[in-house]
Design a protein around this ligand. Structure first.
Ligand code: TEU
Ligand code: CA
Length: 569
């Protein structure tokens, strides 16, 4: 089970208002109590902080605001003492524009570093070389006055894209990976790794392609060659885990990245669910059947020789309980537990994002000045300041989907600034920290924290929850998410009721529940003999069920002598 830490917002140990590495070390026992096996640490490298570290200035130096290299070594040693492993964030599609390579590259057309990046002349009549948009909004090209050429940046202008067609760049990346592996990290979460191979000739995008440019950016001609190179040169020799961030990857292409026989990545973090409701920067309404259909497709995507990652929150998404469930005071905790149940019962490595184990919620942003995120600011500059979109429309969108919702400081306790810092926090703390905080939840056995802890422990005890076949047993139901996990003669049924109205649910023919394994505190959990289950709002329950499992996850009805659904407590 992987726990994602956004270091800037986790815990501030030196009182400057910004989270840091000693802060993480101070909280390792909390993570151990939760059951964390692996920590994915967001970029900790020296950076000017335009994109909070996703703009690396020196890959071999710890960002001073987070601490020193000995702080990193102490953190890693403290993790190893607790049997935990560390995965670091590999950001090599681009560097910061303050990286020395780029300073050299932009200095002259003859620089030996010119081809570390992607430079092109503008169009004859002026303007950028092609119509590529940046994924943050605006053009993906920036004119550099010194040499009169444009350079490519899929993200902010301060994040120039590296040229992976240059073997020197690929060798530099391998060196950086070896540097951190030699220090003892277990592997990498690879930032936008599918984007590193650029389309030949960089032709304009068609109007259709412009609706989802990342799909073009993620299907470059040499991507699999480059990934096999990394596997051969460094990932295999160190037996390192390679977790690919899959923005832009089409689901049907998943096996090309993760089929173990191809020797590329260990797994992909699929974007289809967290971007399910998006049309560019706008958000579309979604339905539970659509979500369920995506889960079924994602479960099958890696193929029999591949593997998946399962997540609903990260530092680029709004808070899971606000985005997929109900963050009202009455249903926040119950529905956050329901989402954690969903994430932790998939045939995939489960990822929990910091604070989601507490059911932390979106922040009540009102004005653009309250946002920190370069993406929010770029959207404001390119859409509102140009008069294309009314301020109110963009603010309404950002209030639901901005990445800053996930970056408000971790809520540790009810002391000032939620115990995150003794100074003024770099980003506002959510006002609900008095009720929603780790200390209160560790002391409350019925909390989201303890539900996650029990789920993680159960998953470790039951191979069927890790490797069992996944089968949605009621894909059309508008409110119930019901699926089985089956492995040989073991079968678990997961029932989750979305929404705050109770519902009597009738199990499909042939399915019988035998015992309740875990539920999210929906007190009146009963299983009547005739297959009817009275589900209470946002109930999430795991049942062991009878019947013999087949490879496709189908269940043969239990033998007539098997106990029917006896009433449970
Ligand atoms: O995110 C890539 C990515 O998918 C984001 O562009 C996201 O889709 C977009 O912001 C829409 O919300 C990775 C990192 O996770 C992100 O934090 C970085 O900003 C980005 O790459 C550039 O490194
Ligand atoms: Ca600090």
């Amino acid at each position: 089970m992987v726990y994602q830490i956004y270091p800037r917002s986790f815990f501030d140990a030196n009182g400057d208002g910004i989270g840091d590495l000693p802060g993480i070390t101070a909280k390792l026992d909390y993570l151990k109590a939760l059951g964390v096996d692996v920590v994915w640490l967001g970029p900790h490298y020296d950076s000017p902080g335009v994109d909070n570290g996703y703009d690396v200035r020196d890959y071999r130096r710890v960002w001073a605001v987070f601490g020193t290299m000995s702080d990193f070594d102490r953190l890693l040693a403290a993790m190893h003492e607790r049997g935990m492993r560390l995965v670091v964030d590999l950001v090599v599609n681009h560097t910061s524009d303050q990286h020395r390579w780029f300073a050299q590259s932009r200095s002259s057309r003859d620089s030996p570093y010119r081809d570390y990046y992607i430079w092109r002349d503008g169009r004859a009549g002026g303007g950028p070389p092609n119509n590529y948009p940046s994924l943050f909004g605006g053009s993906a090209w920036e004119l550099d006055a010194t040499t009169g050429q444009h350079y490519l940046h899929y993200f902010a202008p301060q994040q120039p894209d590296l040229n992976w067609d240059n073997p020197k760049v690929r060798a530099e990346v391998v060196d950086v990976m070896r540097f951190w592996l030699d220090k003892g990290v277990a592997g990498f979460r690879m930032d936008v790794i599918a984007l590193v191979s650029k389309q030949t000739g960089l032709p304009d995008l068609t109007p259709e392609q412009l609706r989802q440019p990342e799909a073009v950016y993620a299907s470059g001609p040499r991507i699999h060659e480059h990934l096999r190179y990394l596997r051969r040169e460094v990932l295999a020799p160190y037996d390192a885990v390679a977790i690919g961030e899959a923005v832009g990857v089409r689901m049907e292409d998943t096996p090309l990245f993760v089929d173990a026989r191809r020797g590329e990545l260990s797994m992909l973090l699929p974007f289809d669910i967290v971007r399910m409701d998006r049309d560019g920067w706008r958000q579309r309404p979604w339905t539970l059947p659509r979500l369920k259909a995506l889960y079924t497709r994602i479960d099958g995507a890696p193929g029999e020789h591949g593997w998946n990652a399962s997540f609903l929150g990260n530092h680029d998404s709004p808070r899971a309980v606000s985005n997929f469930a109900d963050d009202s005071p009455r249903w926040r905790a119950r529905s956050a537990k329901a989402l954690a149940t969903l994430v932790l019962t998939q045939r995939a490595t489960p990822f929990l994002y910091q604070g989601d184990e507490l059911g932390m919620t979106n922040y009540p942003f009102e004005r653009i000045e309250q946002y920190d995120d370069v993406e929010a600011k770029t959207l404001w500059r390119t859409l509102v300041e140009t008069g294309r979109v009314p301020a109110g429309e963009l603010l309404a969108h950002l209030r639901r989907t901005s990445r800053d919702h996930a970056r408000t400081p971790m809520q540790w306790n009810a002391s000032p600034h939620a115990g995150f810092t003794s100074a003024t926090p770099w980003l506002a703390v959510h006002p609900n920290f008095l009720e929603v905080n780790a200390e209160a939840q560790v002391a409350d056995d019925d909390s989201v924290f303890h539900h996650c802890r029990r789920l993680i422990a159960l998953r470790k005890r039951m191979p069927v929850l890790v490797h069992g076949a996944y089968r949605d047993i009621d894909p059309a139901h508008p409110r119930v998410f019901a699926y089985t996990r089956t492995l040989r003669d073991e079968a678990v049924l997961v029932l989750i009721l979305f929404g705050s109205d109770p519902l009597d649910y009738v199990l499909p023919e042939g399915l019988r529940v035998q015992e309740m394994l875990l539920d999210n505190g929906a007190r009146d959990v009963t299983v009547a003999a005739e297959r009817r289950i009275a589900l209470s709002p946002w109930q999430a329950t795991l049942y062991r069920c009878g019947g013999v499992a087949h490879a496709d996850g189908a269940l043969t009805p239990p033998s007539p002598t098997a106990p029917t659904g006896a009433p449970l407590r």
